[in-house]
Design a protein around this ligand. Structure first.
Ligand code: MG
Ligand code: ZN
Length: 212
């Protein structure tokens, strides 16, 4: 077996342990993947503000600096940094370590903000219930064609910053058609975390989510 396959197999085994652990605590979890600047942290902020009175929420931030941890800690929910030590993705062992710092018995929803990157996060499952892929209008509508693994495996795809549609050459129709070539089942939701347009659909998706 190649070194690459050993790494991926070890990761998959750890991800399975994490999935079992989260399930045993009744925690529904989301792996949030996107390129840098797509709006991951802003979407999380809005989601937490809307749901924190109804659900017990925690966040794991995959990053190399604690800027987003500080930002989300202001929302008075548990937030831990999963330091990737410069790596461009989270792996399951980093999540395992971060989970030790969270009060698992009092969490309903766990959001993991992955490192901004459309390539390697798709190769490293981290044991979450749902995978969320976010694309944003200024990035262009060709991302599902260029990163088929990430968009192909997502359970839900958010098209963020739809308030910028008048200024950008982005076709939601083209984007959706290319997603459908690689992913027949993902829920696709156009939203703007900035203006809140479409956010209710995303929030209701999160509210209906369950541990599979
Ligand atoms: Mg962020
Ligand atoms: Zn990477």
């Amino acid at each position: 077996m190649s070194v690459k396959n050993i790494v991926l197999d070890t990761n998959a085994a750890t991800a399975n342990q994490i999935r079992k652990k989260l399930t045993s605590y009744g925690i529904t979890s989301f792996n949030i993947t996107a390129s840098p600047g797509a709006g991951k942290t802003t979407i999380l902020e809005k989601t937490i503000l809307a749901l924190r009175d109804k659900r017990k929420i925690a966040v794991i931030e995959g990053d190399i600096v604690p800027i987003d941890v500080e930002r989300l800690s202001e929302l008075e929910i548990p937030v831990v940094l999963a330091d990737t030590f410069g790596a461009c993705h989270l792996d399951a062992s980093m999540i395992n370590k971060a989970l030790r710092h969270l009060p698992l018995e009092s969490i309903d929803l766990l959001f993991v903000e992955n490192v901004g990157n459309l390539i390697c996060p798709a190769h490293f499952p981290i044991g979450t219930t749902y995978t969320v892929a976010i694309a944003s209008i200024p990035e262009g509508d060709d991302k599902p064609e260029k990163y088929p693994l990430l968009f192909g495996n997502a359970d839900v795809i958010l098209i963020n910053k739809i308030d910028l549609i008048p200024y950008c050459p982005f076709s939601i129709k083209r984007f959706t058609a290319s997603v459908r070539k690689i992913n027949k089942t993902a829920v696709i939701l156009p939203i703007s975390a900035h203006t809140n347009e479409g956010m209710l659909s995303w929030l209701s998706y999160v509210k209906k989510s369950k541990i599979s």
